[in-house]
Write a protein that binds this ligand. Structure first.
Ligand code: NAP
Length: 304
């Protein structure tokens, strides 16, 4: 492959977030640009806790046409934007920004990505019950997608119960068709809703390589074969909760489809073109293998 050399016409995109070293997004988008002959580049835009407004001003001054947003800015970026898509408004979180001549519009393609993953799973979600574990930015997108999919009953389980309560209240105010409930990670509180759920989605980062992959936040004995269990984590591809769910006969899914579909929707928004999805899966799976090898190497170092 020939080396890409940016010039004065090169369009600038990137990923705005705090800790980005494990992100697969630059590989996906840059490969898509090269494959389709688009003169554009996608960069890591690593921020600190403070100074988000100045950072955004500088992206505008540098002429960035758009960027993705990740932890911890999906909600805190909202005051600095000029407009929102209906899905970003529904989720109360933004993962994609489009800069049209200095006017910034926020979108949430995580909602689109997760909705598509459910649709392609073959599971009929309409009027079903769900449990969402976690109450952060990813949970907001998942719940907004569940509203789009017409689920009937959604219970949010979270370590900090106040965050689950706040999220349930927020969605209740905007959606009268669904029943929104919440509880803590106390087994006595979550046992019933977890057993009764058709769809269980873990949106916490607990199963990731960078955390302790042996971790799981719920007792898996409430999972069963009538359920679809999804972990939004994709490194590793099969987290502890997915292994436990599979043992009990549940249908399982990792976060890779949502990742690819949200990236595809952002790419389309910026370029009006469709990226090579099949190739993107390969790139993402290779990247996951690299992350795994690195994690194993680090563990070995720690053992020595
Ligand atoms: P976030 O806003 O920081 O929220 C994290 C949530 O997980 C919070 O509710 C937090 O609970 C909970 N949590 C964190 N550590 C925990 C622990 N040790 N035990 C129990 N609960 C814990 O993060 P996010 O943006 O929602 O992202 C969460 C995960 O989803 C990340 O791993 C991210 O990579 C993944 N994700 C994947 C995709 C995809 O495309 N596949 C898209 C978006 C996000 P508290 O409220 O108590 O702090």
């Amino acid at each position: 492959m020939s080396i890409f050399i940016p010039n004065s016409e090169t369009k600038l995109y990137g990923l705005l977030g705090k800790t980005l070293s494990h992100s697969i997004s630059p590989s996906l988008h840059n490969n898509g640009f090269r494959d389709l002959g688009i003169n554009a580049i996608y960069l890591m835009l690593e921020t600190k806790d403070q100074g988000l407004e100045e950072y955004i001003d500088s992206l505008k001054n540098l002429g960035f046409d758009g960027w993705n947003v990740t932890i911890p800015h999906k909600e805190s970026i909202i005051p600095y934007l000029n407009g929102f898509s209906s899905l970003a408004r529904a989720a109360g979180a933004v993962n994609t920004v489009l800069n049209r001549k200095g006017r910034l519009t926020g979108y949430n393609t995580d909602v689109i990505g997760f909705q598509r993953q459910i649709e392609e799973s073959g599971v009929k979600a309409k009027n079903k019950r769900a449990v969402v574990i976690g109450a952060g930015g990813a949970a907001r997108a998942v719940i907004a997608a569940m509203v789009q999919l017409d689920l009937a009953d959604i219970t949010i389980i979270n370590r900090t119960v106040e965050n689950a309560e706040e999220l349930a209240k927020l969605f209740r105010e905007e959606n009268s068709k669904q029943n929104f409930d919440f509880c803590s990670l106390d087994e006595q509180e979550y046992a019933e809703p977890l057993k009764a759920a058709d769809l269980v989605v873990d949106t916490t980062p607990v199963g990731m390589y960078s955390n302790n992959i042996k971790n799981i936040v719920i007792n898996p004995d409430y999972l069963h074969q009538e359920q679809l269990v999804i972990d939004l984590v994709y490194n590793p591809l099969k987290t502890k909760i997915l292994k436990e769910a599979e043992k009990r006969g549940a249908q399982i899914g990792n976060g890779l489809p949502t990742l690819i579909y949200q990236a595809e929707a952002s790419f389309k928004l910026w370029t009006q073109e469709m990226p090579p999805k099949k190739k993107w899966y390969q790139i993402a799976e290779n990247a996951v293998q690299e992350i795994k090898a690195k994690a194993e190497e680090e563990n070995e170092d720690e053992d020595n």
